[in-house]
Design a protein around this ligand. Structure first.
Ligand SMILES: [Zn+2]
Length: 114
């Protein structure tokens, strides 16, 4: 789950799609917490739409249901932005690991874990 820190493309996964889309439904522009977002296939899986960066967007449940198994065109629900593979690193997921703890802190941290 840890983000890569150099070079490679951003891994395709639910959370990274949400981050790319700024946790915003790509149909109605509503910003929502991750728990209330869904992944929507732009070209539905039932029409052989692939599961990748350019065919999957964040959508609220309402829009996802409304769009159902249709493309944005046939559903008359245009996307706010064209989905594409991101070229950033997901810095929002930074976490503190023991490797990055200042040495002076270590004795105190170890105390708490026994
Ligand atoms: Zn929506």
């Amino acid at each position: 789950m840890r983000p890569r820190t150099s070079g490679a493309a951003v891994r395709f996964c639910r959370e990274n799609v949400y981050i790319r889309d700024n946790y915003t439904c790509q149909y109605c522009n509503t910003k929502l917490p991750a728990k209330q977002l869904t992944l929507d296939h732009v070209v539905p899986a039932s029409q052989n739409g692939p599961k990748n960066w350019t065919n999957v967007v964040s959508a609220c449940r309402e829009c996802n249901q409304k769009k159902a198994n249709r493309t944005p065109r046939t559903a008359n629900m245009p996307l706010l932005t064209e989905p594409r593979a991101p070229n950033w690193l997901p810095t929002l997921q930074l976490e503190i690991s023991e490797d990055h703890v200042p040495p002076d802190w270590a004795p105190y941290l170890r105390l708490s874990t026994g």
